[in-house]
Design a protein around this ligand. Structure first.
Ligand SMILES: Nc1ncnc2c1ncn2[C@@H]1O[C@H](COP(=O)(O)OP(=O)(O)OP(=O)(O)O)[C@@H](O)[C@H]1O
Length: 258
């Protein structure tokens, strides 16, 4: 297959952070530490030499324990951060739903935020007016439409974010754990909308600790552990292997406690 047929092509990507040993709270402290040469660069690789080739219309689940690099990889795919090594090629438009409330101004109301988000996404006011009722209906935020977002619960923020991001069918939808805060009914509603988008040809990258949801929605999975790709392939094969290991670790912990 020619590489061009991949809508997302992550090729041997490494992402590096600086974990300096000193906690620095302000510029004065920074200068003092720097002068004392205490502020050493401490390299930390959150993603190590990971490749991920996704074809148009595929749905990939990213799984792994806390801190395994899932969100960091998604941020790099969304263009929020640059890889230290390797390349990422994206052939389509992305709707990233990565951090709760990202893209919203906490001091503005939901109504104002919907229009502001639309403008950021390049939609006209007329277009937003046409879609406004659908967005509000799906988010089901009712009486809070004219309250500032800072007064919203995390579930309400997730509803609004999901509703805005999926208003127009994107080529690629990235959903990172934001649905975890939504209630059961809302999660079901989102799952249905994601399934409809998948049937319509959207490509999905989905991070969740809920493996049942991953199995339901995705056809492929990538398992990350401490930044490394442990396994990638069919969703059931990868989830089975991951759950087997989880089961073994829990059994070993129980044995140790006895
Ligand atoms: N801005 C940052 N600076 C330094 N280290 C970071 C930064 N962002 C993430 N990390 C570190 O990178 C590692 C991977 O984090 P990441 O959020 O990608 O993991 P994750 O698999 O999404 O975890 P979770 O399941 O808990 O959401 C963690 O050890 C985290 O502490």
């Amino acid at each position: 297959m020619k590489d061009k047929e991949y809508i997302i092509d992550v090729d041997h990507v490494t992402i590096r952070f600086n974990k300096s040993r000193q906690g620095v709270d302000n510029l004065k402290e920074y200068v003092i530490h720097m002068l004392k040469r205490e502020l050493l660069f401490q390299e930390f690789l959150a993603v190590k030499d990971v490749s991920l080739k996704v074809k148009r219309g595929e749905a990939w689940g990213l799984i792994g324990t806390n801190g395994s690099g899932k969100s960091t990889l998604l941020k790099a795919i969304s263009g929020i951060m640059k890889p230290y090594k390797g390349t990422i090629t994206i052939r389509g438009g992305i709707a990233p739903l990565i951090e709760l409330g990202a893209g919203f101004d906490a001091n503005l109301t939901a109504r104002e935020n919907i229009f502001m988000n639309g403008a950021v996404l390049g939609h006209s006011e007329k277009f937003m007016q046409e879609h406004f009722d659908d967005i509000v209906d799906f988010a089901d935020i009712g009486d809070f439409l004219d309250s500032p977002i800072k007064n919203y619960s995390s579930g309400m923020k997730a509803r609004l974010g999901f509703s805005v991001a999926t208003m127009v069918k994107p080529d690629i939808l990235i959903v990172d754990e934001v649905l975890a805060v939504g209630d059961f009914l809302f999660r079901k509603k989102c799952q249905k909308r994601m399934q409809e988008m998948l049937s319509g040809g959207t490509t999905l990258l989905f991070v969740s600790h809920n493996l049942e949801q991953v199995r339901d929605l995705c056809d492929h999975a990538l398992w990350l552990d401490k930044g490394e790709a442990v396994m990638s392939g069919g969703v059931h094969e990868v989830c089975d292997a991951y759950q087997e290991l989880e089961h073994d670790i829990n059994a070993a912990k129980k044995k140790k406690k006895r």
